[in-house]
Design a protein around this ligand. Structure first.
Ligand code: PRX
Length: 646
């Protein structure tokens, strides 16, 4: 699409098709406004009604206790998320309905009905108990996208042991840091998982991580890839432990605020932080958004392509869908293995109805060409979703036309690990869609765009995106660091949660997210702190200083661009450049490897010693990067020029 048609798309609002509107849960904007207003003005009534989606062991007494910035929702209630995702469906006509449909990258398929999944979860909960895990103990899950990963999550939830899922692409160093931060007692992993035809050897990374930890007493290993390996004293095979376990395990009655999981995510400073989510509020947010935003019906086959290592995988692969008794499709591998039509082949063969993916994937499909899509019958699709990063109107239109054949509404969903569930979206069938805008606030979300002083800016003016009151699925804290929680989220704009994102709101009330305005990058939909990559670089013996900035990238949204100065006596070479990239991969994971490393004599700094990132961003964007990556950049002159200007 050329620039002028993209501009047209940006200003155009696309009405949902009449066929979809007829059955939409929210029929029009008026109904949306009414519900939205009620959610803010009469929260007791709105959330009181909504909370009937949950089966409670004991009803809650008070909706909210708010001692800023600490919230407790549904105070006094008792429930169990695993019970809500399994037992209540097993006791219903959904008993033999598919809960999970799994496809491995090499092509194997497994279906687990609700009754079967319930049985596996009970057994694994008993395995965890037999290994000494009690309510409140943390369990790390480092797995490929296989059913056992979901079984492990639900087993943890069943006995009240908060899980921390670590994305399988993270390195041993990252596994170690996360285990240490939360003090995990058990690690559940697999020998390996498949990705683009290769086996990713997860157990090896766990073995490399454990010597740097002191809390892990047991490693439970799923045999996925059939790798030849011998287990150590601390290790047990998953299948052996499961063979001996009873399939009866009562779900623990847990407080509304019992911790459900800790999920690590990057911030603008230092190491990733453990975002803490609790039971009732998070789960209700997951249920309500899955119901309204995906319009999930009993007969749907729903597929969210996210890995369970990210929050999207938690809320929209596992908890939301299973909580509602839906069928969740899980695929283990890469979208282009063995060929670039793997996703479309899955959609066609399984007859997927609802499909949720990230703009990076959409842009990659666009690049691979329409023929790969057109080869397949995608007529089963009825709704498409997008998440993780701003979607450019060109990609939106391609998704709408080529994949959705102008029949399926596209729901762009803005949210964060911290928000637990969708915050801004275009409710399908209810309101027109604007390509490139995430849409309107979800129920209970009091959003605003403000300036530096905290005052709301007029329509069509850029500013900081904030949330002005607590919401049920909000993070409760940063694990073990309440001070950082307050400082990170609640100190920029008085009385508000600051998202870290920039946005503007148009005259129709639609939000247009422009991206992070802190030192966090969004690389292929993955959050990455520049400070994290910098500290990985300086941990290499050859590096003196490093500064990392983002550079616009056609497919990934942003690419990682690093400026590095080397220690005295070290010669910056192409080999060192490659070694540093590998080093970052080892320290964090492949997603953090800089796309470009530029060696510099010095880094440009202000008189007070702050790195002039704006200047570096300009240089990174400047197109001078194609030449020899080992070029020494002398920023002295540039920096002093800048200082005179400023
Ligand atoms: O910058 C926003 C971007 O992703 C950030 C949250 O990242 P994470 O916690 O990893 O969660 C990703 C999945 C929810 C946000 O601060 N982001 C996420 N969704 C969108 C988005 N930016 C624009 N449009 C979206 N739909």
């Amino acid at each position: 699409m050329n620039t002028s048609s993209a501009a047209k798309a940006r200003s155009r609002a696309i009405k949902p098709k009449a066929g979809f509107c007829k059955q939409a849960l929210v029929a029009n904007r008026k109904t949306y406004e009414k519900l939205y207003r009620q959610s803010l003005e009469k929260p007791e009534k709105f959330w009181g009604d909504a909370s009937r989606e949950i089966t409670w062991f004991k009803p809650w007494k008070k909706l909210l206790s708010w001692k800023p910035p600490f919230a407790e929702w549904f105070v006094g209630g008792k429930l169990n998320v695993s019970f809500n995702c399994l037992d209540r469906h097993v006791a219903s006509p959904r008993r033999h309905k598919a809960a999970l449909i799994w496809e491995g990258e090499p092509g194997e398929r497994v279906t687990l009905t609700y009754a079967q999944l319930h049985r596996e979860v009970c057994k694994f909960a008993n395995v965890l108990k037999s290994q000494g895990i009690k309510s409140g103990d943390r369990v790390a899950i480092y797995m490929p996208m296989i059913p056992e990963a979901v079984i492990a999550m639900l087993a943890c939830a069943r006995i009240g042991a908060p899980h921390t899922v670590i994305f399988g692409g993270f390195s041993a160093e990252s596994v170690k840091d996360r285990i240490n931060d939360c003090g995990a007692k058990i690690v559940v992993t697999a020998d390996g998982g498949y990705r683009r035809g290769q086996v990713v050897r997860l157990k090896e990374s766990v073995d490399a991580a454990l010597p740097g930890t002191s809390t892990v007493t047991r490693v439970i290993v799923v045999r996925r890839a059939g790798l030849d390996m011998s287990l150590g004293d601390r290790d047990v095979w998953y299948h052996e432990a499961m063979a001996a376990a009873s399939d009866q395990c009562e779900a623990a009655s847990l407080d509304s605020e019992h911790p459900l999981f800790i999920l690590y995510t990057s911030g603008s400073t230092g190491k990733p932080k453990g975002i803490l989510h609790t039971t009732a509020g998070y789960f209700l947010g997951a249920l309500l958004s899955t119901k309204y935003v995906f319009d999930l019906k009993d007969e749907d086959l729903y597929w969210c392509t996210a890995d369970i290592g990210w929050v999207t995988g938690h809320t929209y692969v596992v908890y939301g869908v299973l909580g509602l008794g839906g069928t969740s499709l899980i695929y283990e591998g890469a979208p282009n293995h063995p060929e670039p039509d793997r996703f479309w082949k899955i959609v066609e063969e399984h007859k997927v109805n609802i499909f949720y993916t990230a703009p990076t994937a959409i842009r990659a499909f666009m690049k691979w060409g329409d023929d790969w899509v057109k080869k397949h019958d995608l007529s089963s699709l009825r709704l498409l979703g997008s998440v993780g990063e701003p979607i450019n109107p060109e990609a939106w239109m391609w998704y709408y036309r080529t994949v959705g054949q102008e029949r399926c509404p596209v729901v762009d969903t803005w949210w964060q690990t911290e928000t637990g569930g969708h915050m801004v979206t275009t409710l399908p069938g209810a309101v027109p869609m604007k390509p490139g805008s995430a849409g309107l606030p979800f129920f209970g979300v009091d959003l605003a765009v403000v300036d530096e002083s905290g005052a709301e800016v007029p329509p069509d003016t850029g500013g900081r995106l904030v949330i002005r009151r607590p919401w049920p699925s909000m993070l409760r804290s940063i694990y073990g660091d309440a001070t950082r929680y307050r400082k990170q989220y609640w100190s920029d704009v008085k009385g508000c949660y600051f998202t870290g994102d920039g946005a503007r709101r148009d005259r129709d009330g639609y939000f247009w997210i422009t991206g992070r305005i802190d030192d966090v990058l969004n690389v292929a939909g993955h959050r990455l702190g520049t400070a994290e990559v910098e500290s990985a670089l300086v941990s290499h013996p050859a590096v003196a200083e490093a500064a990392v900035v983002g550079k616009a990238d056609e497919i990934k949204g942003q690419a990682v661009f690093a400026f590095v100065t080397v220690k005295q006596g070290i010669t910056p070479t192409t080999e060192l450049n490659e070694e540093l990239r590998r080093h970052v991969g080892k320290e964090i994971g492949a997603i953090a490897k800089p796309d470009v490393i530029r060696f510099a004599e010095v880094l440009p700094k202000t008189r007070s010693g702050k790195i002039m990132r704006r200047l570096l961003r300009e240089i990174a964007a400047g197109g001078e990067v194609k030449g020899d990556v080992t070029t020494l950049e002398d920023f002295n002159a540039l920096a002093s020029l800048r200082q005179q200007e400023e």
